[in-house]
Design a binder for this molecule. Structure first.
Ligand SMILES: Nc1ncnc2c1ncn2[C@@H]1O[C@H](COP(=O)(O)OP(=O)(O)O)[C@@H](O)[C@H]1O
Ligand SMILES: [Mg+2]
Length: 342
C-alpha cells in the first residue's frame, strides 16, 4: 500500500473570467522513504496539486474531485480539525520563500519549539532540546547561539535550512517541498539538495519535490511526474525518464538543461508560452508548441500509455514508439557529445 495515493485529482477555480482547470486529472502514488519529483514549467499545476492534497485552497471558489489517500484515509474528504493535526505532523511542507512561513517577530528557536509543542506531548525544555538538535542536523553553525536569532539575521540559504528543520521536527512521514531551492544561488542550492538527501536517509520520510528544473530532479528523485498544462504527460522511474524520455515536452525540458558549453545551440527548444488553463488547446495540450505535431494531436488528447519494454514508465503522446525511441536517442547522444566537446 502506498503512503500517498492520488487518483484522478481535479482542482478547478471559479474566476470572473471562467473556470480555471488548474489540475485536470492527475494520478500518482508515492511509497514510504521514496522521493517523487514533480516537474514542469511555471503554471503547469504543480503547486496547486500539492496545495489541494494539503487542503490549502480557499474553499469558496474551488471545486475539487478525486481522491488523495494518505495511509488509506482520504485527505480530500477530511474535516479541518483532523487535517490540521496531519499537517505539520504526518505531512510537512516547505515553500520557495521561507519568509512566508517564518514569523519575522519571533526568535527561530521559539518558533521551532512551538511547532513541537503543538503536536507532541513534551515539556518546553524537551521541545527546546529538539529544536536545537534539528538546527544542528540541518547544519546551522553555532546553533546554540543562533537559536535566539530572528529570521532576518539569517541568510537565504540558512533560512531555508531552518525551514527544513521546522518541517522535519515532528518526524513527518511525508515532506512536500515546493521549489525549495529556486530562490537560492547554485552553490547553496546544491548544499540544500545534499542536505535533503542526507536527512531523508536519516529520517526516512517520503519526499515530493516540486521544481521547474530537471537538474534538481536528477539530484534528488527516485520517480518523476512531468506535468504540462494541468495534466501528467510522462511519469516513471528517474533513470528511465532520463535514459528513454518518451514525450516531446520532456525532450524540451531535457534540452534546456544547462550545458558545459553555454554557446551551443539547444537541440530541442520549447518555444512559446504554456497555454491558458481557462481555455486549454484541443487534443494534446502541447500540440501548438510541439515540433512533431500531427493531425491527430489537434483532435485527440493522448492517454498515458505504458512505454513498451520499460517498467512503470508511462507517456502521453501520439508519436509511434519507433520515432520516440529514435528521437530520444538522438537527443541524448547530442547531449553527451556536447558535454564532451564543451
Ligand atoms: N487561486 C487561484 N485562482 C485561480 N487560478 C489559480 C489559482 N491558483 C493558481 N491558479 C492558476 O492555476 C494554474 C496552475 O498554477 P500552479 O499550480 O501555481 O503552477 P506551478 O506551480 O506549476 O507553477 C496557473 O495558471 C495559475 O494561474
Ligand atoms: Mg508553483
Amino acid at each position: 500500500m502506498a503512503l500517498l495515493d492520488v487518483r484522478d485529482l481535479k482542482t478547478y477555480f471559479k474566476t470572473d473570467d471562467g473556470i480555471v482547470k488548474a489540475v485536470d486529472g492527475v494520478t500518482f502514488s508515492i511509497e514510504k522513504g521514496r522521493t517523487l519529483g514533480i516537474v514542469g514549467e511555471s503554471g503547469s499545476g504543480k503547486s496547486v496539486t500539492c496545495l489541494t492534497i494539503m487542503g490549502l485552497n480557499a474553499k469558496r471558489n474551488t471545486i475539487t474531485t478525486g481522491e488523495a489517500l494518505f495511509k488509506e484515509q482520504d485527505l480530500l474528504g477530511m474535516g479541518m480539525r483532523r487535517l490540521r493535526q496531519i499537517r505539520g505532523n504526518d505531512i510537512a511542507m516547505i515553500f520557495q520563500d521561507p519568509m512566508t512561513s517564518l514569523n519575522p517577530v519571533h526568535k527561530i528557536g521559539n518558533q521551532l519549539t512551538e511547532a513541537v509543542l503543538l503536536h507532541q506531548d513534551v515539556t518546553k525544555k524537551q521541545a527546546r532540546a529538539r529544536a536545537l538538535e534539528l538546527l544542528k542536523a540541518v547544519g546551522i553553525p553555532r546553533a546554540e547561539r543562533r537559536v535566539d536569532d530572528y529570521p532576518h539575521q539569517f541568510s537565504g540559504g540558512m533560512r531555508q535550512r531552518v525551514m527544513i528543520a521546522m518541517a522535519l521536527i515532528n518526524d513527518p512521514d511525508l515532506l512536500i517541498a515546493d521549489e525549495p531551492t529556486t530562490a537560492l544561488d547554485v552553490t547553496t542550492q546544491a548544499q540544500i539538495l545534499n542536505l535533503m538527501n542526507k536527512l531523508q536517509e536519516e529520517f526516512g520520510s517520503a519526499i515530493i519535490i516540486i521544481t521547474h528544473d530537471l537538474g534538481v530532479v536528477a539530484e534528488t528523485a527516485d520517480d518523476v511526474l512531468v506535468m504540462y498544462a494541468a495534466e501528467v504527460v510522462e511519469q516513471g522511474p528517474v533513470n528511465q525518464i532520463f535514459s528513454r524520455p518518451h514525450m516531446p515536452y520532456t525532450w524540451g525540458l531535457l534540452g534546456s538543461l544547462p550545458r558545459l558549453d553555454a554557446e551551443t545551440e539547444r537541440l530541442v527548444q520549447i518555444t512559446g508560452q504554456p497555454p491558458s488553463l481557462l481555455r486549454p488547446p484541443s487534443g494534446c495540450r502541447f500540440h501548438p508548441r510541439c515540433p512533431y505535431v500531427m493531425d491527430v494531436c489537434k483532435q485527440t488528447d493522448p492517454p498515458l500509455k505504458p512505454v513498451t519494454g520499460d517498467i512503470d514508465h508511462y507517456a502521453a503522446c501520439h508519436l509511434d514508439e519507433e520515432t520516440k525511441d529514435r528521437e530520444a536517442t538522438k537527443l541524448l547522444a547530442g547531449m553527451v557529445a556536447e558535454a564532451r566537446t564543451g
